[in-house]
Ligand binder design. Structure first.
Ligand SMILES: [Zn+2]
Ligand SMILES: [Zn+2]
Ligand SMILES: [Zn+2]
Length: 140
């Protein structure tokens, strides 16, 4: 099982209390979280700027990745332990439940390579599927 300590050590990050708290939140929730949601979950000792910087560091180091929402809100989700500052690539689908509003990574759903016309260069791909999650009765 992955722990906060392992993730921070693997990515050579100093363990500050905010980093630990934010990571623990991602491990507990197992869904994509927006910055306001993270601010809401953490106690008042963490100010917005610190949380913002923590998320930026995590993104840069390959700890979390961006998840786009259909509302245009930016959410973040934990990367698999194969991600690092050098290799930070994702080809999995994100699934948003229209019933409970949660978005999560579906690592099993691999997006096939996208063929682009000449002149276009792909830097980042965000695919969002929408429907009902198992908790809300999907698949029943
Ligand atoms: Zn990643
Ligand atoms: Zn749901
Ligand atoms: Zn993801």
């Amino acid at each position: 099982m992955r722990t906060v300590h392992h993730i921070l050590t693997d990515h050579q990050l100093r363990n500050t209390s905010v980093r630990k708290e934010v990571l623990q939140l991602f491990l507990n929730k197992e869904i994509a979280l927006s910055q306001p949601e993270i601010e809401h979950e953490l106690d008042d000792s963490c100010d917005r700027v610190t949380i913002y910087r923590t998320l930026a560091t995590f993104l840069e180091k390959g700890v979390i990745h961006k998840v786009l929402d259909d509302q245009g809100a930016m959410k973040y989700a934990l990367c698999a332990d194969t991600c690092s500052a050098e290799v930070h690539q994702h080809d999995h689908l994100h699934f948003k439940c229209t019933h409970c509003g949660t978005t999560q990574c579906i690592e099993e759903a691999i997006i096939p390579p996208i063929q682009l016309p000449a002149g276009f260069q792909l830097a980042e791909l965000n695919v969002l599927a929408q429907g009902t999650c198992p908790d809300c009765g999907g698949g029943k």
